[in-house]
Design a protein around this ligand. Structure first.
Ligand code: FAQ
Length: 316
């Protein structure tokens, strides 16, 4: 009879939808895959604050400014939950940040594009957060407990972000011709990069098969992209804008929208570090980290002081 290995027991737990927790045995490759994906996700949330942060001081009204401030702050919170969840896999935050700052770790391609007008803030909320939710709702059922639990709150907040983006665009579409033009222009620039957020096509996605087997991923990159297109095509009609894809058409037989070819050379170029804002984003992160050194040192000194005080009280 074949001996039941730890790997067999592990897969059986996954098949029975039992969550894997930090202290459970797990294959080294499962741990590495999660560290890769979760840290990439955390970095994306933190770098993702930059394109929108650019507009906080220029939001058109106090209400818009409050909404945007809250959104950017939420992204910081998501980054922090995700770094903490990644740390449960036995890697520390210093190492994770070092990987980001030296360009070893990836973050989402989408954050390497510029935000040139206020309508970009609406387009990011509608399309970028919309794509993020589509990809992240299934992650609430990810096999790794700490990641799945972190994603529940993240998704609730992302759905508020998506709605505030849609509402910004809707309001501008009720405005004058220049405002409508601004919305169409922003959507023209953000549509294809948002489509690329889901990652390469299934045939070119080296990690998908194993991640699906381990139930880290529940849907393939292409399946999620299709769901996103189907929803956005309808919402674009409500907004009164055109998505910049001449091949976008309802397919009665498939009961889905057909869409045009993605420019994968642009995607890989951005992933490799050559997008319009890659250098600017990384420089801004490194600068913020260096300038924040005194805050980290002060927090550590304070924690140490508290620890000693508590220790002394226990002895007394
Ligand atoms: N950008 O084999 P696959 C957000 C890489 S959060 C850059 O398919 P996988 C919130 C991939 O890492 C957005 N690289 O990989 C927000 C792999 O390279 P590696 C981030 C990408 O992991 C909103 C290679 O290509 N969300 O937006 C991208 O199975 C607004 C082959 O790909 C997450 O991170 C890309 N777009 O599937 C914040 C969600 N796509 O690592 C502020 C969690 C692929 O082997 C404002 N992550 N690559 O060297 C995931 O669901 C998955 O990691 C995928 C990629 C689906 C992104």
């Amino acid at each position: 009879m074949k001996e039941i290995t730890l790997a067999d027991k592990f897969q059986a737990k996954i098949d029975q939808e039992i969550k894997i927790e930090p202290k459970d045995w797990m294959p080294e490759k499962y741990r590495k895959t999660l560290i890769r994906q979760m840290s990439q996700h955390a970095h994306s949330e933190i770098v993702g604050m930059l394109p929108e942060g650019n507009w906080i001081s220029r939001a058109p009204t106090l209400r818009r400014k409050l909404g945007l401030l809250a959104k950017v702050q939420d992204e910081a919170g998501h980054g922090l939950y995700l770094y903490s969840a990644t740390e449960t896999l036995g890697i520390d935050r210093e190492t994770l940040l070092e990987q980001l700052h030296t360009g070893k770790a990836k973050y989402s391609s989408i954050f390497n594009y510029p935000t040139t007008t206020w309508a970009d803030i609406g387009a990011i909320g509608w399309l970028v957060d919309g794509a993020a939710i589509m990809n992240q709702v299934p992650l609430c059922r990810c096999s790794y407990g700490p990641y799945a639990r972190a994603m529940v709150r993240v998704c609730k907040e992302e759905s508020f972000h998506q709605r505030q983006g849609f509402e910004i665009l809707m309001t501008m579409m009720e405005g004058n011709e220049a405002q409508k033009h601004m919305v169409q222009d922003a959507v023209n620039r953000w549509w294809w990069p948002s489509m690329m957020m889901f990652g390469p096509s299934d045939g070119d996605s080296p990690n998908s098969a194993q991640s699906m087997k381990w139930k880290i991923k529940r849907f393939s990159n292409d399946d999620l992209r299709q769901k996103f297109v189907d929803i956005c095509a309808e919402q674009a009609q409500i907004l009164g804008i055109t998505l910049p894809d001449p091949d976008l058409k309802w397919n009665e037989e498939r009961q889905h929208y057909d869409f045009g070819e993605i420019d994968w050379s642009e995607f890989w170029n951005v992933v490799k570090g050559n997008g319009p804002c890659n250098k600017e984003r990384l420089d801004a992160r490194v600068k913020a980290h260096e300038e924040g050194a005194w805050v980290r040192e002060a927090a550590m000194a304070h924690a140490e002081k508290r620890r000693k005080r508590k220790e002394a009280a226990q002895v007394a």
